[in-house]
Ligand binder design. Structure first.
Ligand SMILES: Nc1ncnc2c1ncn2[C@@H]1O[C@H](COP(=O)(O)OP(=O)(O)OP(=O)(O)O)[C@@H](O)[C@H]1O
Ligand SMILES: N[C@@H](CCO)C(=O)O
Length: 335
């Protein structure tokens, strides 16, 4: 009889960060998913040099993902064990990609959330979800993707000031109501833009006027999302901290923006660090908005895919199962 062991499959939603003025603090989970399956590997004590890590990648753009210990899912897995003061156990990770890479839809956050959740399950769940959130923010360096990726919904994260800090998490996280009649429409171009590149074009200092502009627009956005006020949303998605600098990295931005508004969208913003563009629309206009965005990009010589999505409310979901213990890929029976 073969021995069995727990495996865990973690499903993690894509996210859209910033939504315009909420730079580095505001984001929402979307109904596009990556899946990560973690299985413990049984090493044979009498076989030398067995692989302690196997990574298999399937799905969208699978050949673009590195399958060694520099893989971000594994880095998060290893970070979890380092946090416990332990070495990571031998593991097989199967990745099924449904979220396009480096497009501003939080693919890196899915990898971090998946790696941390998977590790926590294999370790017998020593950490709470909020402790995983803290570790994830520490890895991603900003909370706006990893928080909704783990918790679901639309979330605002504010760092707790030093004078109020305790030993607990360093962030106050609140859920933000998103009216059910507001449809997010994502137009995803075929080219990639890494977050690193998109952060390099940002200034390190801003004027007081720019700070006030973003504060006011984020407030308006929160109220617009809660009340389905299209006029407020139209104005609220403008910002002065990142989009004016990043739109030059996205060919066709102005044309897609104009096309989305002409087709009836309330507003349009760069999703995360881009290049995906996110429009907010009424349910009745969302199909027209998606078509208009793709056509505008096509005229600018860029292939894209657009679809209406919904806000994911569940966040990262893990399902445990019992399976036969995995053998390492280079396992050999001593003979
Ligand atoms: N499933 C995955 N497995 C391993 N690494 C991944 C995975 N998904 C993303 N990554 C890593 O994250 C990189 C993309 O991260 P990046 O922050 O540039 O974009 P993004 O997270 O998709 O967009 P944004 O942060 O703007 O929403 C990939 O190039 C890859 O190195
Ligand atoms: N807030 C981040 C999201 C992308 O990771 C940025 O805009 O750079």
């Amino acid at each position: 009889m073969s021995s069995t062991h727990s495996t865990v499959t973690v499903t993690v939603p894509a996210t859209t960060a910033n939504l315009g003025p909420g730079f580095d603090c505001f984001g929402a989970a979307l109904t596009l998913y990556n899946q990560f399956k973690f299985s413990a590997i049984a090493l044979n004590p009498s076989t030398p040099d067995q692989k302690t890590l196997q990574i298999l990648v399937k799905g969208l753009e699978a050949d673009r993902v590195i399958a060694d210990e520099t893989n971000l899912v594994y880095k998060a897995f290893a970070k979890f064990y380092a946090h416990l003061g332990q070495s990571p156990p031998p593991v097989e990770i199967e990745i099924e990609l449904g979220v396009p890479l480096a497009r501003g839809l939080g693919s890196s956050a899915t990898a971090i959330a998946g790696g941390l959740m998977g590790a926590n399950h294999l370790a017998g769940k020593p950490l709470t979800l909020l402790q995983l959130v803290d570790l994830a923010i520490d890895m991603e360096k900003h909370p706006d993707n990893v928080v909704p990726a783990l918790l679901g919904g639309c979330r605002l994260a504010a760092s707790i000031p030093e004078e109020l800090a305790t030993d607990g998490p360093g962030w106050e996280i609140c859920d933000v109501p998103w009216h059910s009649e507001i449809v997010p429409v994502v137009a995803i171009p075929e080219f990639e833009l890494s977050t690193e590149t998109a952060r390099q074009v940002l200034p390190t200092h801003y004027t007081r006027a720019d700070a006030i502009y973003n504060t006011a627009h984020l407030g308006l956005l929160l109220r617009g999302l809660a009340t389905n006020n299209g006029q407020w949303l139209r104005v609220a998605m403008s910002d002065r901290l990142h989009q004016p600098y990043r739109k030059n990295l996205i060919p066709g931005y102005d044309a897609v923006h104009a096309a989305a508004l002409n087709a009836g969208a309330y507003g349009l913003t760069i999703s995360g660090a881009g290049p995906t563009l996110l429009a907010l629309s009424s349910p009745a206009q969302s199909a027209d908005v998606a078509t208009a965005m793709v056509e505008a990009w096509q005229k600018a010589g860029i292939k894209s895919h657009a679809q209406s999505v919904q806000i994911d409310l569940r966040g990262s979901v893990s399902v445990e199962a019992k399976s036969p213990l995995k053998q390492p890929a280079n396992f050999s029976t001593p003979g």
